[in-house]
Design a protein. Structure first.
Length: 133
């Protein structure tokens, strides 16, 4: 086991947290691009864009929580939930810039993003078992 100073451990934790957040944001961006291409190819109505955006952000939060859980094996559920909450806060800040008052649907979407991050942390708690024949 490698022993690090407390200051170095804090920096390492922050870097792991930011790396997991970047992975979640990139996953969200890729999902949004893919779902936009699907909407254009299939000719879906614009009414589905909110549902697809929620799906993309929830998937990004799940990947972010899963990544955080793998990077921080001591506090997997906590880091996964924090990743979901972090992405939900980012969304709330971006929604605040538009000047609208959050509706019940928007608050439920933010809760879903937080729950997906926690689900990623829970999934990260269970190590994969390799079964070889």
């Amino acid at each position: 086991r490698i022993f690090m100073s407390e200051k170095l451990q804090q920096r390492s934790s922050i870097l792991r947290f930011l790396l997991a957040a970047i992975i979640g944001i990139l996953t969200t961006a890729l999902c949004i691009a893919g779902l936009a291409a699907l909407m254009a190819a299939q000719g879906y109505s614009a009414g589905l864009s909110g549902v697809f955006a929620t799906l993309a952000v929830c998937l990004g939060s799940l990947c972010s929580g899963l990544t955080a859980a793998h990077l921080a094996p001591d506090h997997r559920l906590l880091y996964g939930s924090l990743q979901g909450a972090f992405l939900a806060v980012l969304l709330a800040i971006l929604a605040g810039f538009s000047g609208t008052i959050p509706e019940a649907g928007q608050l439920l979407r933010l809760a879903a993003v937080t729950l997906c991050g926690g689900a990623g942390g829970i999934l990260g708690m269970f190590p994969r078992r390799h079964r070889y024949p």
